[in-house]
Design a protein around this ligand. Sequence first.
Ligand code: DP6
Length: 325
Amino acid sequence: MKATARAHTNIALIKYWGKRNEQLILPTNSSLSLTLNGFHTTTTVEFQEDLTEDNFFLNDESVKGEQYDRVAKFLDLIRLRTGKEGLYASVRSTNEVPTAAGFASSASGFAALAAAGTKAAGLEMSSQDLSRITRQGSGSACRSIYGGFAEWRMGDRPDGADSHAIPVASAEHWDIRVAAVVLNDTMKKVSSRAGMKRTVETSPFFRGWIESVPNDLKEIKAGIAMKDFEKVGQIAEANCLKMHATTLGANPPFTYWLDTTMTVMQKVREMRKSGLPVYFTIDAGPNVKVLYLPEYEEKVKQILSDIEGVTDVRLSKVGQGVTYL
Ligand code: DP6
């Protein structure tokens, strides 16, 4: 009744932005991501007869409140499935996803929790089954079950049975890199969950977003198959800008960008003009992720590190899917 699993975080090239069912975490659009080897979570789950409630330690500190509730709620799904109601678990996670780097540690966190939790409960799961249940912890996490490039197919069934990730290309397919540009940030954050909810409910631009995703997805998959860096970069950058545009139309309007976010975006465009093939993408936060090819690593790191207001640049390669330790 004990298992340990490790999962890496991922960065979406085609964003998941909007839910059609908040309870089951069913998205309004399909999405596609790159799993990153640089940032991971390792989680041990042990179901114990003597516990009267779940407990959750993150980096050796006991976690309570909303974060704890999401973990306990996720364990309920596993208990429900195995008939283990009333059997509680001890959950210990180590996060090597620097929250400061602006990566959704919830992606690697829920993927590792789902893998360790289902294994500890004795459930035999295919990767697809695992992705489907992981989705109910945090949507983007369902893509972290796979390494390399993964697509989360939105599905159309009301029960979510066909809403899970599938592998698109393995980590070995293509060595592309991501630089996470960390900014000096004191802004109070609108969580991705709250941000996408407000956008779905109030932004008139949301419809345009949804309509544009299927073609982006089709084109980027063709680009990945051909290893066409310009094509993949252009589509990812434009898709990110469309997602962020929806937030400006929300009521009340909001943006995840800081002035330095825009400075970094501008720098990426300048690098391109000078002949360096680089593209950016941004999640629900101010930090910028820059896509580049290995041969330009030194140069890209140097230029990004020199921007005023940039506190760190963390480099990552393409990573593997979930593993059991
Ligand atoms: C902007 O997966 O954090 O990073 O399903 O509510 O847990 P919940 O949301 P979450 O949203 C991620 C949004 C995003 C884009 C993406 O990763 O696709």
